[in-house]
Design a protein around this ligand. Structure first.
Ligand SMILES: NC(=O)C1=CN([C@@H]2O[C@H](COP(=O)(O)OP(=O)(O)OC[C@H]3O[C@@H](n4cnc5c(N)ncnc54)[C@H](OP(=O)(O)O)[C@@H]3O)[C@@H](O)[C@H]2O)C=CC1
Ligand SMILES: O=C(O)C(=O)Cc1ccc(O)cc1
Length: 441
């Protein structure tokens, strides 16, 4: 976009941010660093503390509430919990400045767009967005795997859309243009089901009172990725994961199929049905990875995987049947999903998750060994049983739209792992950085 078209825009255009949590603050800082003026608010009771926190930033003006932000801003971004979007838009939407543009940052677009359509005056345009990464990453820090940023031109002229794209280009991410519906379809495949897998691992370890890095089976290679990413998710806010799974109209089916794949494969393992298990897994692998020929570079390389451990690698690691990974590929295959098609709209977590599944499925000797272990080795049947229960439990929560159940399940396991978060965050950040620098987009 030729920037001359927008010359002088900074003098008159003001961005509004409603919801100054992690994402709202990140946006406010980045926009003001780039020279934009920002009006921002959170709940009224946080007015004073926000004024103090942002006192040094002359371009950021804190207001007591969203009415005052809405009436004085040209592009207003709602950065609130996904489950609150209807309520918050109903409060402040009618106060939107005439002719302004409104967008949201929630992780699931169906409820957000519905709320805007209901509560915004007709003269207000709608351009929504979604940064496909958490608040603590620097999108410019990882050029090879730069982060995606979805822009949705829902109800806006091309001119208005171009303006918003220009303003938000200071975030430094790769722009992806989607409709709200396409966005929700893709993020159900990439984010929601990926989180379901890691949430289930955490729940199973918790149920067995295990810190997995203290157990020989769980140290080294692929296990490091599983452990670090699981702890990363549990160290974040529950509402982010609950919102994007429960409110996304497409996520239920994906998460249900993941739980079904876990259950089916576990039963085959339990019953010792070697040939059936092998056929199912190989077929799933062919449908997901079949088009990737053997010479293509793996997303993840051996030497990187072993570097990031929370524990010491034992001299003889115990084998693992990788039920969580086998089920992921089976789930993609059952739903006809080709995960590589979604790389343009992927999160760092999804890229790593795809990386470890690919690592397993594109090493035939490793996969054969995993299938053999799945049938012959009974040592970890109870772990796998807990994992199966966990996957089913998350799926039920999402299917029933049970926010309270989700919250309880999440917080109890968060509490279990909490003492280890500082270490996990340190090691996990290093791992993400190194691995993502070594992955192709
Ligand atoms: N965290 C992440 O990794 C990402 C999150 N997102 C999405 O972005 C949105 C924000 O997430 P995040 O910043 O992490 O969440 P936070 O919980 O940190 O921030 C949301 C903020 O909105 C505030 N809020 C709620 N109601 C109002 C209101 N009526 N007026 C003003 N402020 C209000 C909340 O206050 P209170 O806490 O008191 O309710 C909170 O401070 C979510 O929809 C999330 O799904 C998108 C990409 C990444
Ligand atoms: O990478 C992930 O999936 C994360 O967990 C971070 C995240 C959470 C919510 C979003 O809407 C976008 C990114």
């Amino acid at each position: 976009m030729a920037s001359s078209k927008f010359e002088g825009m900074m003098d008159s255009f003001v961005v509004g941010i409603i919801g100054m949590g992690d994402m709202g603050k990140m946006y406010a800082r980045r926009l003001s660093d780039a020279g934009w003026r920002v009006n921002a608010c959170d709940r009224e009771e946080k007015y004073q503390s926000l004024c103090e926190e942002f006192a040094e930033r002359k371009r950021i003006k804190i207001f007591p509430n969203g009415h005052l932000v809405s009436r004085a801003s040209d592009y207003i971004i709602y950065n609130v919990e996904a489950a609150s979007i209807d309520k918050v838009a109903s409060q402040y939407g009618p106060s939107t400045k005439q002719g302004a543009i409104v967008g949201g940052q929630t992780s699931c677009k169906a409820p957000e767009i519905a709320a805007f359509e209901i509560h915004l005056p007709g003269d207000v345009e709608i351009v929504s967005c979604h940064s496909l990464h958490g608040p603590n990453v620097d999108p410019r820090g990882q050029p090879l795997a730069s982060h995606s940023f979805v822009l949705i031109q829902h109800r806006a002229s091309q001119e208005s859309f171009d303006k918003i794209e220009h303003v938000l280009s200071c975030l430094g991410s790769t722009h992806v243009y989607l409709s709200a519906t396409k966005h929700d379809r893709i993020t159900a495949d990439t984010q929601a089901v990926t989180h379901a897998a890691f949430l289930s691992m955490g729940k199973a370890w918790h149920a067995n009172a295990q810190f997995p890095w203290e157990i020989a089976r769980y140290v080294g290679g692929i296990e490091n990725v599983k452990i670090n990413l699981t702890l990363r998710i549990y160290s974040q806010k529950w509402h982010v994961y609950a919102g994007l799974a429960i409110l996304n109209p497409y996520a239920k089916e994906q998460i249900r199929q993941y739980a079904q794949s876990v259950t089916d494969l576990y039963k085959l393992m339990l019953g010792g049905h070697r040939e059936e298990l092998k056929t199912r897994i190989k077929k799933a692998g062919a449908s997901v990875f079949g088009t990737q020929n053997g010479d293509q570079e793996l997303l993840l390389q051996d030497e990187v995987l072993d570097r990031f451990s929370l524990g010491n690698k034992p001299s003889t690691p115990l084998p693992n049947n990788h039920l969580s990974l086998l089920a992921m590929v089976d789930c993609w295959s059952q739903l006809g999903i080709v995960p590589y098609d979604h790389m343009i709209c992927s999160t760092p977590l999804f890229r790593l998750w795809l990386g470890v599944t690919e690592y397993l499925f594109r090493k035939p000797a490793l996969l054969d060994d995993v299938i053999r272990i799945a049938i012959e080795d009974n040592t970890f049947r109870s772990d796998d049983l807990e994992f199966t229960f966990a996957a089913r439990g998350w799926s039920d929560c999402v299917t029933f739209g049970d926010f309270e159940g989700y919250k309880d399940r999440f917080l109890s396991t968060q509490k279990f792992f909490e003492p280890r978060f500082p270490d996990a965050t340190r090691v996990g950040n290093e791992m993400m950085k190194t691995i993502l620098q070594n992955t192709k987009k």
